[in-house]
Design a protein around this ligand. Structure first.
Ligand code: AMP
Ligand code: MN
Ligand code: MN
Ligand code: MN
Length: 279
């Protein structure tokens, strides 16, 4: 079961990826992925095209989404997998989360304007494949285009991360809502890239405990954001809290991602892969 090449987290132009859903699926297939989930931020728009392409190629595909959540003073991402994409409460909830993005984009552009960077709202929109889903990643690509930084990573470091001049605080979904929507639509809920959150050990334990109490299923142990030590650390937490484990590239595009589709390291052998519940 662990030998299956599963990639359960990636993005298309329906959110902040650079490839269309069909191209993401074709690339996953070419890379030897056996089971794929497309997990655009707060958005299900790419799923029909991805499902059709996966069916044509004979690639196993499950619907996915990556929900933006505010918890304590942090933004967390919760991945939903294998839900019913026609579920009304899920669709309505994600619509509300997306709805906050337009106003936030205007505020980000105003902050960048204050430090002399003009036209960033139009610039970000020119990179957004889905105008309802403007992400900081779109701002970052525009800032690279106009020569503010040499790459997207540096833009985040100096302009778009918390504490930097183009960062705007935003309230996303609650953890309770995100779990409610995913579980209510018959899906599995997964904590995305926990190594990226600035939480103490005690806070991480509280998050895992709360997540499990709310019906959460799994945690990304192997993912593009984790080094080898973090894979082992989150494997330990998965065991401690009785959660399944997921494997995730978090691919956003050939130029934009540290690892390609299907190339995350294998899961430690003793963990139960979340895909045991999906196939
Ligand atoms: P948003 O949901 O609009 O706040 O944008 C978050 C997205 O920005 C993430 O999903 C990544 O695609 C991208 N991102 C966040 N932090 C970084 C970083 N340090 N380097 C590159 N991309 C990042
Ligand atoms: Mn993203
Ligand atoms: Mn994420
Ligand atoms: Mn992601």
């Amino acid at each position: 079961m662990n030998a299956l090449n599963a990639d359960l987290h990636c993005h298309s132009t329906a959110s902040d990826g650079t490839l269309a859903p069909a191209a993401v699926v074709r690339r996953a297939h070419a890379n030897g992925v056996d089971l794929l989930a497309l997990t655009d931020h707060d958005e299900l728009l790419g799923l029909p095209e991805a499902m059709t392409t996966a069916a044509e190629l004979g690639l196993r595909f499950v619907p996915g989404v990556e929900v933006s959540v505010s918890w304590l003073d942090q933004t967390l991402h919760i991945v939903g997998l294998g839900f019913d994409p026609s579920n009304g409460a899920l669709i309505e909830g994600l619509g509300k989360v997306r709805g906050g993005r337009d106003g936030r984009a205007v505020l980000i552009a105003a902050e960048l304007d204050r430090i002399g960077i003009r036209g960033s709202l139009e610039g970000a929109l020119s990179y957004a494949g889905n105008p309802a889903l403007v992400s900081r990643a779109h701002f970052a690509r525009y800032l690279v285009e106009i020569g503010i930084s040499k790459n997207v990573h540096d833009v985040f470091l100096h302009y778009l991360a918390r504490g930097k001049p183009g960062y705007v605080e935003h309230v996303w979904a609650t953890l309770e809502d995100a779990l409610g929507w995913i579980k209510g639509a018959g899906g599995l809920a997964v904590i995305a890239h926990p190594g990226r959150y600035r939480l103490s050990h005690a806070e991480m334990d509280i998050l895992f405990d709360k997540f499990r109490d709310l019906g959460g299923d799994a945690v990304e142990v192997s993912c593009g954001a984790h080094d080898g030590g973090q894979v082992l650390a989150f494997a330990r937490l998965a065991r401690k809290f009785g959660l399944m484990a997921s494997r995730a590239s978090d691919f956003h595009g050939p130029e934009d991602s540290p690892i390609d589709l299907g190339r995350a390291p294998p899961l430690p052998q003793d963990l139960t892969p979340v895909w045991s519940q999906l196939i």
